[in-house]
Design a protein around this ligand. Structure first.
Ligand SMILES: [Zn+2]
Length: 275
């Protein structure tokens, strides 16, 4: 029997977990792994509408996230309320994410690839980097010792799974052909995201009247999510896939010593993992 893992998804914005890894997260939940989630911002600037306040957008996006997670089978996320749009206090974020890794004690952290070429979003860069640092450093008890108590204990994650878009170079493809429908359903919960998708597709829908019942939008979102999974799957001979770059952790480092030693000794470089 495969070992049941504790996983912690650390995302910048409410829609990121569904968009980047929704089908994989749902697959892992179905396989019996424990998946927890942390959302670092309320996503309060994630709309093209100017008739809403940040408070209104926060409220909408939080509800959207709860609805999407329900579909994916993920428990309610912990919200960290850092500001959306690139003005995060990185030191505070790092501290918060150390606490989360110490609290949830994950084997696997899933987050954004902060080193992906052409990743311009500062929230994605900072959350990915601090999530990875927390995975590799939260086991050192002398860092933020004031956090420690009976439940919050030093903990190193075993691995970080990074996600990204353009410029992301994966070494793992997850077969999501059985869960891609759930991903579509989850992505469709985000009306605020759909306003951006409608702009991307040139659908000429009035931004103020966008609803998740809009058939044109449902069709485009469905096609967009499936086409992207199909495109990624082609690299691994799969019908539908999500892609990750896995880094194994050592305390304070990624374990690149083993693959580099193997490359040095002439051992063939491993082909991407398909799972
Ligand atoms: Zn995002």
């Amino acid at each position: 029997m495969t070992k049941k893992l504790k996983m912690l998804a650390i995302f910048p914005h409410p829609d990121d977990s569904a968009i980047f890894a929704g089908a994989s997260l749902n697959k892992w939940v179905r396989e019996g792994h424990m998946v927890s989630a942390v959302c670092c911002t309320d996503g309060e600037v994630g709309t093209l509408r100017s008739d809403l306040t940040k408070e209104e957008v926060s409220r909408i996006r939080k509800n959207e996230l709860l609805a999407a997670n329900k579909i994916l089978g993920i428990e309610n996320p912990e919200m960290l309320h850092h500001p959306d749009g690139g003005v995060m206090d990185v030191t505070e974020l790092r501290k918060d994410l150390f606490r989360c890794v110490r609290k949830y004690k994950p084997d696997r952290v899933i987050s954004m690839d902060p080193w992906a070429k052409y990743e311009i979003h500062p929230d994605h860069q900072e959350v990915g980097r601090m999530g990875a640092e927390a995975a590799a450093f939260a086991g050192f008890p002398l860092l933020y010792p004031e956090q420690l108590n009976d439940e919050i204990q030093p903990h190193f994650a075993s691995e970080v799974w990074f996600m990204g878009m353009l410029g992301h170079a994966p070494n793992c493809y997850v077969d999501v052909s059985s869960t891609i429908g759930k991903k579509v359903e989850a992505v469709l919960q985000f009306e605020t995201t759909m306003s951006i998708i409608s702009d991307l597709f040139g659908l000429e829908i009035n931004q103020k009247s966008i609803t998740r019942d809009d058939e044109k939008l449902i069709k485009s979102t469905d096609e967009w999510v499936r086409a992207r999974a199909e495109q990624i799957g082609k690299h691994a001979g799969l019908k539908a896939a999500e892609a990750f770059y896995i880094q194994k952790c050592l305390p304070g480092h990624f374990n690149n010593l083993q693959p580099s030693t193997e490359a040095f000794t002439g051992k063939q470089v491993e082909s991407p993992l398909i799972c």
